[in-house]
Design a protein around this ligand. Sequence first.
Ligand code: C2E
Ligand code: MG
Ligand code: MG
Ligand code: MG
Length: 284
Amino acid sequence: RAKSAGRNGYRFFEQEMSVEAKTRMTLEHSLRRALERNEFELHYQPRLDLRGGRVLGMEALIRWNHPQLGRVSPLQFIPIAEERGLIEAIGRWVLREACAQTRRVSERFGLPLRVSVNLSARQLKCHDLREQVTEALDSAGLAPQMLELELTESALIEDMEISAARLGELKKLGIKLSVDDFGTGYSGLAYLQRFPLDVMKLDRSFINQQTDGTRNLHFIKALIDLAHTLDLSVVAEGIETADILQFLKSCRCDEGQGYLFSAPLPIEAFEAYLEQIAVRQATA
Ligand code: C2E
Ligand code: MG
Ligand code: MG
Ligand code: MG
């Protein structure tokens, strides 16, 4: 079709492409320099024990403050970083920063906070992942059980052999392992038994669902029961309403995070949040 449209038709097509392609090129280009220019930061979303309502830890979520484009979503730049071989360096920075900040905040509040860090598929394949993790823990002085690594189903099943080997090594360090966005892949369930996982994180698409109420609720309950049968603890992500929180509690869901409690926060705001909670608990 492009051919029969002739020269002008082809040019038109090129122009259409160029907006997206240009943004992508800009991103690719500036992503290479983002680490050395200190453009990344971590935000932290509190994770609560649904029975007692206490803060048990937080998920570290990367943010990129691009000098021209402003804040770029990790959903947009993580895939580019993976493709371009930049994820190893970024991932190493995330691990170090998350462990260091967690140690400092835990000390400050006298709380044993556990931080969870997202790993991409490519990081799981990285042969020195275990060394990276050890190094981050050691330099922060953080106990291994205070670190949890989140992997999506698709990352886990991309290469079952490698995943099994890597997870085994990581598990021996004493850290926790979770499957993120559970229920959104098409991967079957066998891997849940095969890998040494500790935590199942239910994807927020179920937790937030507005339509088809009771069926979805039955489904959530079945997933929680499944996780418990496999000796996994369950974290619901994306809790936004008191109603769904009530329901999750009635299903014995162990932990949760979501806007109802708090959005992901810059480190200073996260500390202010903890301070406020400490005051509330002291005066309760
Ligand atoms: P994820 O690991 O599933 O993280 C949860 C996402 O849900 C976060 O989006 C969080 O801000 C958002 N969220 C939390 N509570 C609520 C809620 O109540 N309602 C709604 N609508 N959303 C909520 P975010 O921060 O944009 O991160 C998106 C994804 O980017 C993450 O999904 C994760 O897959 C990836 N990501 C983030 N940080 C990193 C990182 O350091 N390394 C890697 N490899 N991936 C990362
Ligand atoms: Mg996650
Ligand atoms: Mg998730
Ligand atoms: Mg998710």
